[in-house]
Design a protein around this ligand. Structure first.
Ligand SMILES: *Cc1c(COP(=O)(O)O)cnc(C)c1O
Length: 320
């Protein structure tokens, strides 16, 4: 259920909302494997920032919400799949900050609504279904103009929330890390989050991205462009590791679920199988293979997304 008791929005630089913690904690993980390879690992718990506007989705929305307010917009319109963490976050943020929200959902309506869309609706989001062919036009100007007219000129946020203001918000993920480290790991969908991390680090440290999609190489160009669009910079201290997609976006394999199960039991850190589960699996595997030189200090960003687990459970009968 979407329950908020208070709606606070100030146009000042500091945006605070009830239930939000100001800094995502860093949690060190301990494992004999790490000792063997002389590697230290921390998780940056962005998932703990807020119960509903979680992880990187809050970072990506923050300056967009501010911009929408400044433009005097009353409505946010965005796009996503039926299990989208971004859709859930926009619905919750709209409720929190006093915007009406419209979700353009890829595919057909299925009733009863899945947990993600049920949550979005309970926050007041108005859902519209777009067939897959039409949905592909979501970035085309004529399609967006048409939507703008149809819905009385809302503030339009792209799929996954990724734009230059989202990159700006994600630079704050690294500003918040107050320990010494050399590697920062992050999972990628559209690449907006890692673009912000790369821009925020300004060439320092090594950034490793784990695409959640199969064939994630295409993201390289997009990430570089996002960084460029944000601060004009071009950096070489980052790479994508494309081996841990487990068959593709939102696809799972038994060894992934087993890893997640053990991880959660051991650390009490919840993961989800679309993004953070695959990244953590990848990090463990890389440590095992000696990828990180001895003495490495690695920070893994937990980007949240835990709302998606309810949908997974429902679809696959998989408890994650
Ligand atoms: C949306 C999402 C991502 C992907 O972020 P991008 O900025 O699109 O790369 C990663 N992790 C989680 C948990 C997400 O919900």
């Amino acid at each position: 259920m979407c329950v908020f008791t208070n709606s606070l929005f100030s146009s000042s630089k500091v945006i605070k909302i009830k239930g939000m913690i100001s800094e995502a904690p860093l949690q060190q993980l301990h494992d004999p494997l790490f000792e063997e390879h002389e590697v230290k690992l921390w998780v940056k718990r962005e998932d703990m920032l807020h119960p509903h506007i979680s992880g990187n989705k809050w970072r990506k929305l923050k300056y967009n919400l501010q911009e929408a307010k400044q433009q005097g917009k009353a409505t946010l319109l965005t796009f996503g799949g039926a299990y989208s963490n971004h859709i859930a976050a926009v619905a919750a943020a709209g409720k929190e900050f006093g915007f009406t929200t419209i979700g353009m959902i890829r595919g057909e309506e299925h009733l009863p609504l899945n947990p993600t869309l049920d949550f979005a609706t309970s926050c007041g989001m108005d859902l519209h279904y777009v067939d897959r062919e039409k949905y592909r036009q979501k970035q085309e100007l004529t399609f967006l103009q048409h939507l703008a007219e149809q819905f009385n000129h809302p503030y339009i946020i792209p799929e996954g929330g990724t734009n230059v203001l989202a990159v700006k918000g994600c630079t704050e993920i690294v500003q918040d890390i107050n320990i010494d480290y050399n590697y920062l790991c992050c999972t990628s969908g559209t690449g907006g989050t890692i673009a912000g991390i790369i821009a925020g680090l300004e060439g320092q440290k090594q950034v490793i991205g784990f695409p959640a999609l199969k064939g994630g190489e295409f993201l390289k160009e997009e990430i570089a462009q996002l960084v460029q669009a944000y601060n004009g910079g071009s950096y070489s201290n980052w790479q994508l590791i494309t081996d841990y997609h487990f068959g593709g976006y939102a696809k799972v394999k038994p060894e992934l679920l087993e890893f997640m199960h053990n991880f959660q039991k051991h650390y009490q850190v919840p993961l989800e199988p679309v993004y953070t589960g695959k990244m953590m699996f990848g990090i463990y595997d890389l440590i095992r293979k000696g990828f990180f030189p001895s003495g490495s200090r690695v920070v893994a960003v937990h980007t949240g997304g835990l709302q998606g687990n309810a949908g997974f459970k429902e679809r696959l009968g998989v408890v994650v």
